[in-house]
Design a protein around this ligand. Sequence first.
Ligand code: ADP
Length: 487
Amino acid sequence: MTSRITRLSMALVLLLSMALVVGCPPPVEVEPVVPTYEADVVIIGAGGAGLAAAVSAAERGATVILLEKMPAVGGNTIIAGGFMAAVFPERQEPLGIEDSIELHIEQVLEGGDWLGCPVLVRTMVEGAEPALRWMMDMGLELDPYIHFIIGSMWRRAHRPVEPAGVGFIRVLKNAALEKGVNLRLNTKAESLIVEDGRVVGVMAKGRGGEEIRFMAHKGVVLASGGFAEDIPLRMMFVPGLCPLIFTTNHPGATGEGILMALDVGAQVIGMEWIQGLPVGRPGVKGFAWGVTVETPPIVNINLEGRRFIDENERRDRIMSALVKQPERKMFMVGDAKSMPPDRVNVFGGRIDKMIADGLVFEVDTLEELAKLIGVPVDAFVAQMERYNADIAAGIDDEFGKIGRKPIVTPPFHAAGPTVPILHHTMGGVKIDVYTRVIDVHGRPIPGLYAAGEVTGGIHGTNRLGSNALTDIFVFGRIAGESAAGGR
Ligand code: ADP
């Protein structure tokens, strides 16, 4: 008995000492479990294009996951001027505005130096009124006035009664949530998942940096916006562009959607065309829109008190002219007739507050205005007198401006000084009319769609004012339809 116990104890001691010598068996490597969610359609970016795609896909019975890296939806769309170009005879004709689909197409192509893709331009222009009606059916309420804004070339810009892009985003977000779209804020898409040559999902990171996988049964829509806020990307495509120049964009406009698409073989187009606006505030990010964005009733005045461009011109031409002016600065000058009746600008900014803040000046005479804004009185007054006299006499404008309105009714106002600021990236991933992303061989990448500022090739070198919203809503709507239909 004793010897049995001794033998057992010896065996135990032996086993223990072996374990000490050899060490414990290594821990088994357990793969971290990545939470995975599935839907028919996964959309990257909840700005205008992404929300339109989400509603459109959900309307076709698709389940939708909408990823947004920021804590709120809206992107650049919600801070835009809120103008959407559309040939819409029922709204334009009562105001005596003549317009046509062919004129809009011609202006988009010409305004982009004939480098936009004609078939995409036609799709955008023809889809504009239906897209606007679609959102009106969701409850979008439009201001009855039709606008001619900076760089728009024509009076066809419609805007909601709410300021900036708020009205569009509000109705689309509500419609998306009502239709059961699974909106995931603070969720940043990082890469596309490809299986057997097809894009089948998205790898993303959540608020705490944790990985999350989103699988798409039918398609992934890239609606992640432009890249104006990403200086390295900007410099890569436009090396001469000043890296320090500010933008009007929201901080999330960093272009990683374009890089994700490049990683799966997409083509990009027009990356070197970055649009500026003459409405930056010196040394500050964001818009410095003053009193009005309408160009027929105002003039742009440089620090010498002179006009230097047709104010209705293309945005790229206004920018090229502005950078040649002293200190690259200008003021936008108008009169009582160009002051909004409620003294609130399209961004909801109260003009009286802007006057108090020294951003807008308003006085009864042109002489006083010149002194206030610090331009030579004689030159400025002579310039304004010539402008008004030419209109009264029916003499052509010195810069060829049409639709001029005299600036003779006090009080007069000036907003500024303003400087060039970056606004819109025309380039991005190449798509076809169904918003399928095109690869380097010219073929659609199965399962991948794109819409909005992340795409390129639509506007050519220069986008007309108010066509960005047309682009994002028309192609966003198509992208939702295409992805839901698995086209
Ligand atoms: P568009 O006008 O083309 O709709 P917006 O700028 O309005 O462009 O919207 C794009 C949206 O995409 C923004 O809200 C932006 O924060 C979001 N976004 C950009 N990159 C990502 C990403 N990697 N993951 C998720 N959302 C993104």
